[in-house]
Design a protein around this ligand. Sequence first.
Ligand code: SIN
Ligand code: FE2
Length: 222
Amino acid sequence: MMPDSNSLFTGEAQPSIETLAEGVTLLRAFCREEAPALLDAIATVVADSRFRNMVVPSGHTMSVAMTNCGDLGWITDRTGYRYTAHDPLTGKPWPPMPAPLLHLAQRAAATAAFPRFTPNACLINRYAPGTRLSLHQDKNEQDYTHPIVSVSLGLPATFLLGTLRRTDTPRRIRIEHGDTLVWGGPARLIYHGVAPIAASTHPLTGPFRINLTFRRVATKLS
Ligand code: SIN
Ligand code: FE2
């Protein structure tokens, strides 16, 4: 990555690679340059499969709005959490994963020492100010040999970086536009979440934070 000379004037963080824990790598500003193209690609997905607030099995509606692209999409409803090939709102397959998104995820994983990442699912989360994601593990994929690649665009957030034990107090990591976090290997099943988003606006996303999480979900051979 080229150092971003504009950042000297704007106060934006320089690109860097930081190991936060074994198997957890923070790639600062990894996709800041390509963010407008990523957001354009996300807009094409959302045009076909819109953001929606899903219901968790307890009946509570999630504050974070979600959609998906790729062969499989993560959903929740009263019956539980799972991956589906079709968007339940449209009855059609989830939109394909746009090439700029897929390639970014593969580059990020390779940079974090996971060279053969082939995601088949991308959950797209949209956070408005005040929304949060409580501490959880990503554990519906049925294959934990692949990492999670998490891309953040727009408003900043405080990422809650836990451990394999729910009761450990999570570290609070400030995540900004263009930052990309990768966790896998011994960290694949860490607890994580997002603290309530502070009210603000971002030049590219307005009043939102957009997060992409790329996953490899096991598919049965048929
Ligand atoms: C997630 O855990 O699905 C999203 C994490 C984030 O928004 O940073
Ligand atoms: Fe997650």
